[in-house]
Design a binder for this molecule. Structure first.
Ligand code: ZN
Length: 563
């Protein structure tokens, strides 16, 4: 008996030490403070990693969390910017994004790839043994590249096989969080002929906090089926950021009927966030509500314990208790408890349904045609049926024909749909036109477009205001520290700014003496940079730069210089 238990003890100790040796190294060597958590609600996606603060500056050393090999390097103007992916022996991949600079070892291989592709933008997969990395190796310096709007490190852990991002905070990185989520507002959604306090309308109720308990000031009286939504966020110690929460549980009369949890995500379904959140509230009030029920076409796999998809319906005249439990991954939980009064009697006559508009259904393709306007949408492009509305606004300055008001931009669209617009455009200008979305205040955003049978046609993923505009203005190039006759003595980089007024920059190509050069593009500062050092020989050279916008207007720049 004694022998058995000591064997067991040894096995337990061994397995513990095994777990301990598996512990990852933090990617930064100072206290980890987060400006973003995993699963946080972002535009059209859930945040797939954690954002670690870098003390407000770029250039902090980034460490590999575990041994492995570099499986992918991506450099993009937008999105993740400069990114390293490392595959580890345990079947996970770590991802480090918005980097400023790769380590010398990685950089030398990346540079070859840039010159092979003649492109700043690269996405390549080195061979398994090509760039081996040891645990804790410095792989890069942190930065603010790509779509990042402030210096930080975006850090992800993925399942290598499925490429699903996993919540990095499952792995014991030391992050101080003793603060429970903040519960801000509750929304009660009225479905079909439901009445809440006598009105056939959804209701928003402020949540109040007294002695660490959350409650609301009333007991809503409800007839019919309803759903709940909650506007909530989580704060971590010593950071002001309002981060995302980890889980939400809904109990009706102490029975769980909805649970949402972000342990794992899938890039293929991340856009269903627009069905998870109250998209309309986000557009109108900027408040991000989690729906505590599932819409029919929501394919996220983060739900469990669903009863009737989280939709609540009482068939009696009694009061019921509702508890909403919101947690962060550190285990801090806030609970909102309140009561609702169910009633069998509708308190007012249900309003007749709006019958004046065309209905767009879910599981069929939807189309709409008007003079000078056509729309085609595949099946399952929406999360809920809509009463589609279409209008036009008289032309505004700079627009050919009318502005087409296509439904309402507070309603989400899942898949791209086809939009065709007709207008009188002189043949000479046709190649310079494109479809734009506009805020009706003189701002236009390029959405592309091809002329086909008299219509300009493109694909879009949102409702809103669309029109045809033209761009006849060439991009603008300015030498920051370069001009004809320039002599480089102490400076080691060539700098230019590039801008395009209307359709935006599509491509650029810098050359020295007729050969492509790698220019680092920082779109937030409109800046192109080339490192002269080690890349060209001493002597006289010609620098040229060509920039093309999205409708093909081009600008050329050239300067002779001495290095
Ligand atoms: Zn991030």
């Amino acid at each position: 008996m004694k022998l058995v238990s000591s064997v067991l003890l040894i096995i337990t100790l061994l397995s513990n030490s095994f777990v301990f040796s598996q512990e990852y190294q933090a990617p930064l060597n100072f206290r980890l403070l987060l400006s973003g958590t995993f699963g946080e609600l972002r535009g059209n996606h859930f945040h797939s990693g954690i954002d670690i603060k870098t003390e407000g500056v770029e250039g902090q050393k980034v460490y590999a969390m575990e041994e492995g090999y570099v499986s992918r390097i991506k450099v993009s103007t937008w999105g993740y910017g400069k990114t390293i992916y490392i595959n580890h022996p345990d079947g996970r991949t770590s991802v480090y994004a918005h980097l400023q600079k790769f380590s010398t070892k990685i950089e030398s291989i990346v540079k070859k790839e840039h010159y092979k592709k003649e492109s700043f933008e690269i996405n390549f997969f080195p061979k398994k043994e090509a760039i081996k990395i040891s645990k804790g190796e410095i792989i890069a310096l942190s930065g603010n590249s790509g779509g990042s709007s402030g210096a930080h490190l975006h850090f992800e852990i993925r399942n290598t096989k499925t490429e699903h991002p996993i919540n990095p905070l499952q792995f014991g990185f030391k992050i101080d969080d003793t603060i429970a989520p903040t519960l801000n507002k509750l929304k009660i959604y009225a479905f079909d002929s439901t009445t809440i306090d006598g009105y056939r309308k959804s209701q928003i109720i402020n949540i109040k906090k007294t002695n660490n308990k959350y409650s609301i000031d009333k007991t809503p009286t409800i007839n019919g089926a309803f759903g709940l939504g909650i506007f909530t966020y989580d704060k971590l110690n010593d950071s002001r950021n309002k981060n995302g929460v980890y889980s939400i549980k809904l109990y009706i009369d102490s029975i769980i009927c909805y649970e949402f949890k972000v342990d794992e995500l899938d890039f293929n379904t991340s856009r269903y966030i627009n069905a998870h959140i109250d998209y309309c509230e986000k557009k109108e009030s900027k408040n991000k509500y989690h729906r505590c029920y599932r819409l029919p076409h929501n394919k996220l796999t983060n739900y469990s314990n669903l009863i009737n998809e989280g939709i609540i319906a009482f068939n009696d005249d009694t009061t019921h208790s509702i508890d909403l439990l919101v947690s962060d991954i550190a285990g801090n939980t806030s609970t909102l408890s309140f009561k609702v009064q169910a009633t069998n009697k509708p308190l007012i006559d249900p309003l007749p349904l709006d019958s004046t508009s065309v209905s767009f259904r879910l599981s069929n393709p939807n189309m709409f045609n008007a003079t000078n306007f056509k729309l085609y949408m595949q099946s399952n492009s929406l999360y809920e049926p809509i009463n589609f509305r279409y209008n036009t606004t008289d032309s505004i300055e700079g627009v050919f024909g009318l502005v087409h008001n296509v439904h309402n931009n507070t309603i989400p669209v899942h898949k791209k749909y086809t939009l065709s617009i007709k207008a009188n455009v002189p043949d000479t200008l046709k190649s310079k036109t494109y479809i734009a979305t506009t805020n009706m205040k003189g701002n236009f955003w390029h959405l592309g477009g091809k002329w086909q049978n008299g219509f300009l046609k493109t694909k879009v993923r949102e409702f809103g205001n669309f029109c045809i505009v033209a761009d006849t203005i060439n991009p603008e190039i300015k030498g920051v520290n370069i001009f004809d006759g320039k002599v480089f003595n102490t400076q080691t980089t060539i700098k230019c700014t590039i801008k395009d007024k209307n359709s935006g920059i599509k491509s650029y190509r810098g050359e020295i003496d007729g050969k492509w050069i790698l220019m680092d593009y920082d779109y937030k500062r409109n800046l192109l940079r080339f490192d002269i050092e080690k890349n060209i020989s001493k002597g006289e050279h010609t620098f040229t730069l060509k920039v093309i916008d999205n409708v093909g207007n081009a600008a050329d720049y050239s300067a002779e210089f001495t290095y």
